[in-house]
Design a protein around this ligand. Structure first.
Ligand SMILES: C[S@@+](CC[C@H](N)C(=O)[O-])C[C@H]1O[C@@H](n2cnc3c(N)ncnc32)[C@H](O)[C@@H]1O
Length: 189
């Protein structure tokens, strides 16, 4: 089994994972910022965590869904030969256990909660670290043509983008690649 096989499993089981383009961008960020440690919010079946481990990073990754935890653990046991990944099987928002300080935080979980994830986990970012969020274009859905729930989600995502743009402590670049990603770093005055 390989990362390609994991991608197929995700496709067959309709599990959303980072796009090829998105992963390429993450790889570039990891190289540019010399990222060695990553905190990921949203493991799913472990695809992006294993990919980042294959780029040489140590990854701590949160997942709250029992079935995903089971699948990801299986995949990590099989592929993470160098034990670079730690699965944290908890809801990231209520978790009160120990965490390290990270070079990169990758937010790829419940879209409606991005601001809360950001607020909570920014405290675990090293001074020159970078926060990356996925799916900010959210499949380019048209707010006029979606149900009420999705409309609300689109509004939340749009609110989160404004939050990033207007944040006094951070500077953010929005990259249209993949499903839209934000790349955020601290202002250094
Ligand atoms: C888009 S998938 C992650 C995909 C993965 N990063 C990849 O690219 O391979 C989002 C995952 O986040 C998990 N999730 C959502 N909210 C969460 C939370 N508050 N704490 C932990 N996991 C969460 C979901 O159960 C789901 O499996």
């Amino acid at each position: 089994m390989s990362l390609e096989r994991l991608k197929e499993i995700a496709r067959d089981e309709n599990i959303p994972i980072v796009s090829d383009e998105g992963l390429k961008l993450i790889h570039q960020i990891i190289i540019k910022h010399q990222v060695q440690t990553v905190l990921e919010i949203g493991t799913a079946i472990g695809y992006s965590a294993l990919a980042m481990a294959s780029f040489g990073c140590h990854v701590d990754t949160f997942e709250r869904n029992e079935q995903m935890i089971e699948q990801a653990s299986k995949h990590f046991d099989r592929f993470d030969a160098e034990k670079r990944i730690r699965l944290i099987p908890f809801d990231a928002l209520t978790y009160t256990g120990e965490l390290k300080m990270y070079d990169m935080i990758f937010i790829d979980a419940a879209k409606a909660q991005y601001e809360r994830f950001f607020e909570k986990f920014q405290h675990y970012l090293k001074p020159n670290g970078v926060i990356v969020c996925d799916n900010l274009r959210f499949h380019d859905l048209d707010p006029q043509n979606v149900n009420r729930h999705t409309k609300q989600l689109l509004r939340k995502i749009s609110g989160f983008k404004s939050f990033l743009k207007n944040h006094p402590d951070y500077i953010t670049i929005f990259d249209e690649r993949g499903d839209g990603m934000s790349i955020t770093m601290r202002h250094h005055t």
